[in-house]
Design a protein around this ligand. Sequence first.
Ligand SMILES: Nc1ncnc2c1ncn2[C@@H]1O[C@H](COP(=O)(O)OP(=O)(O)O)[C@@H](O)[C@H]1O
Ligand SMILES: [Mg+2]
Length: 287
Amino acid sequence: MQLKINNVEFGYSSVPVLNDISLDLAGPKFVSILGPNGVGKSTLIHCINKILTPNSGSVFIDGKDVKNITIKELAKQVGYVPYSASDTFPLTVVDTVLMGRHPHSKWGSLDKDLDIVYDTLKMLGISHLAMRPFNELSAGQHQKVMLARGLVQEPQVLLLDEPTSNLDVRHQLDVTKMLKQLSVDRQILIIMISHDINIAAKYADEIILMYQGRIYDVGAPAEVITENNLRVVYGVTSKVIDDNGRPHVILEDAVPMGEEEPASPVMAAAKRAKAEETTKAGEKGEA
Ligand SMILES: Nc1ncnc2c1ncn2[C@@H]1O[C@H](COP(=O)(O)OP(=O)(O)O)[C@@H](O)[C@H]1O
Ligand SMILES: [Mg+2]
């Protein structure tokens, strides 16, 4: 399974959010996307699974342009676990997870689909929630259910947007470790957006570090998680120590941010758009 991204550019309006993104990833592999808030991580994932269409450039799954794959076909190959489960219905956990089987379900396949659902709930340690209404669960429980929904999709590529952000440390570790193991067991490509640099560094085969709508660095954790990269990208000073060949970050301080200084292309364009808007509003006001 290969995911190839060629020169993808995207903006929600005239403001560019993704600039010239190119990537070539082949499974089985567990990849983590890191980067500060607002750099375009979620947007990039949305360009892969066709929630968004790039303004230019292409995304290929196994050599096939996703433009030419129907949403239902794509859902068999690309699973997605969204950042928040805001799009939910008053369903039980079982029914919520069962929705993930939709791309595969055929007439008469319900028993098999339910088996897969229950096996997955068990694997995630949430069998006891099966009959609970999804709406009544805690944020961490929501995340595990959404993770289950992504897993029962049995995709070749699984995209996860901060899937552990609401979990306690034990479950963060547990889920991330499980994702790494799944990439091996199922021979799939798993791409996880994360804010936990140390947990990502511990389990990921590869790190994609994003900054200002671009891929700032990509490679093995020890190559990408460096004091210098963290200073530039996150604006923090740190000590990166070696933990059995994996980098481990000890944060020191936030680098003071100049008001005018870090003029990223995205921020500069946003400022220009804002200034134009203000000017236009001003003109209208005068008329
Ligand atoms: N639906 C949207 N409409 C307009 N701008 C958006 C939308 N979603 C995100 N953005 C903007 O695009 C940029 C990247 O957002 P996002 O991809 O969500 O960042 P990240 O996931 O890295 O935090 C941000 O500046 C954000 O404000
Ligand atoms: Mg995001």
